[in-house]
Design a protein around this ligand. Structure first.
Ligand SMILES: Cc1ncc(COP(=O)(O)O)c(C=O)c1O
Length: 380
């Protein structure tokens, strides 16, 4: 039999073992997708586009109207200046990350990840024959450890990949930290891949800050985002990447070679969604409220240590006080408490922690935390 890609054996299973849909009575704190439907106003734009015959091939990066909307959104919301022609709308943020790695990296090069990091990064980097270098963040706040980052750099380091607000930790890097990331990237001539998919979901005083807004940052930053989380559009598979002209040329070429473009009839809806704040804000406010509720509920469990998450819809819990390792904790929580969560040691640097997604309603959050509290009272 012919052989398969010889990097495949380096690709892990991510969260798969702990994401299996459980029985209905189990409280699922695992799924990283909004529990809301896509707002009707956004959906109706697809119907209009189909009726208008927008079913043919079109521009690789996305329609000019869509790319101009992304450019305006990035500028108005986050002060990022990027020409609309340097934006590529992709099949999900995931594919945008892949294009950035494929278009700018070479096999053998190294990518710095701030650990624990979303497992897809690891898989994509490994598939492309590059090496993920997991640099643990400081605990318990999971912010960048600059001494450790500095020490991890070799002559093969090509990228630093950041994700703030962060999955799995909920950390939002401070403006000073973003300045320091840009400084590091300039000194070592690195690309910065900025996965800012959760950038509208910030619960701290300090906002999300883009490295592209820091002097020297724009020419080495690829801004990567998407519609999945903020607009409850996970199944639409819509994301984007944007960068300086030479990088954008590479991103366009990847898309031309891989997907041509995203479905033409989704483009008007995507452009509309970016400014549909009346529809987005109720979901945003719900996550903000759930963050308060889950933090309060988990704080009442003496065996766990928690910090208030700074952004996104994840909270990371320190389970060391239970005497269990995180995989045992997650397995037993499912079997004995009917609560499903993700052991963070599935990501290097996450040992001793579990990730909870609070993309579920408040009664579920209260019930799930009650089950964990009663279970730990029994077994600890
Ligand atoms: C950090 C991060 N980036 C990207 C994605 C994927 O986004 P998309 O659905 O646009 O591919 C996720 C989804 O869980 C994520 O957590």
């Amino acid at each position: 039999m012919p052989s398969v890609n010889n990097h495949l054996d380096k690709v892990g299973k991510g969260f798969a073992d702990f994401l299996t849909p459980p029985l209905e009575h189990v409280i699922r704190f695992t799924v990283g997708q909004p529990d809301f439907p896509t707002p009707d106003s956004i959906k109706s734009k697809v119907v209009e586009a189909l009726d208008a015959g927008k079913t043919t091939y079109t521009r690789t990066g996305g329609s000019p109207e869509l790319c101009k909307s992304v450019s305006r959104f990035l500028n108005e919301r986050f002060s990022i200046t990027v020409d609309w022609e340097n934006i590529v709308v992709t099949p999900g943020c995931k594919q945008a990350i892949l294009y950035a790695l494929m278009g700018l990296g070479n096999p053998g090069e190294e990518v710095l990840l701030l650990a624990p990091a979303w497992p897809t990064y690891d898989a994509q980097i490994s598939l492309l024959g590059m090496t993920p270098v997991h640099v643990p963040c400081t605990t318990p706040d999971f912010h960048p450890d600059f001494d450790a980052l500095e020490k991890a750099i070799t002559e093969k380091t090509k990228f630093i990949l950041i994700n703030s607000p962060n999955n799995p930790t909920g950390a939002v890097y401070t403006p000073d930290e973003v300045v320091a990331i840009v400084d590091l990237a300039i000194r070592h001539d690195l690309w910065i891949l900025d996965d800012m998919i959760y950038a509208t979901m910030v619960w701290t005083e300090h906002p999300y800050v883009s490295p592209a807004t820091i002097p020297g940052g724009a020419e080495r930053t690829i801004t990567i985002g998407g519609w999945s989380k903020s607009w409850a559009m996970t199944g639409w598979r819509l994301g984007f990447c944007a960068g300086p002209p030479a990088a954008a040329k590479a991103l366009h070429l990847c898309q031309t070679s891989a997907a041509t473009h995203v479905p033409t009839f989704t483009m008007d809806a995507a452009a509309f969604a970016l400014f549909a704040d009346d529809d987005r804000m109720p979901m945003h406010n719900a996550f903000k409220e759930r963050r308060e509720v889950i933090f309060t509920e988990l704080s009442n469990i003496p065996q766990l240590k928690v910090r208030k998450p700074e952004g996104a819809f994840y909270i990371i819990i320190d389970i060391e006080g239970t005497g269990m390792d995180d995989k045992t904790f997650a397995r037993r929580a499912l079997e004995e408490a009917d609560v499903q969560l993700i052991p963070a040691s599935l990501m290097p640097g996450g040992e001793g922690f579990c990730r909870i997604s609070y993309a579920t309603n408040i009664p579920n959050i209260i019930e799930g935390c009650k089950r964990l509290r009663e279970w730990l009272e029994r077994v600890c």
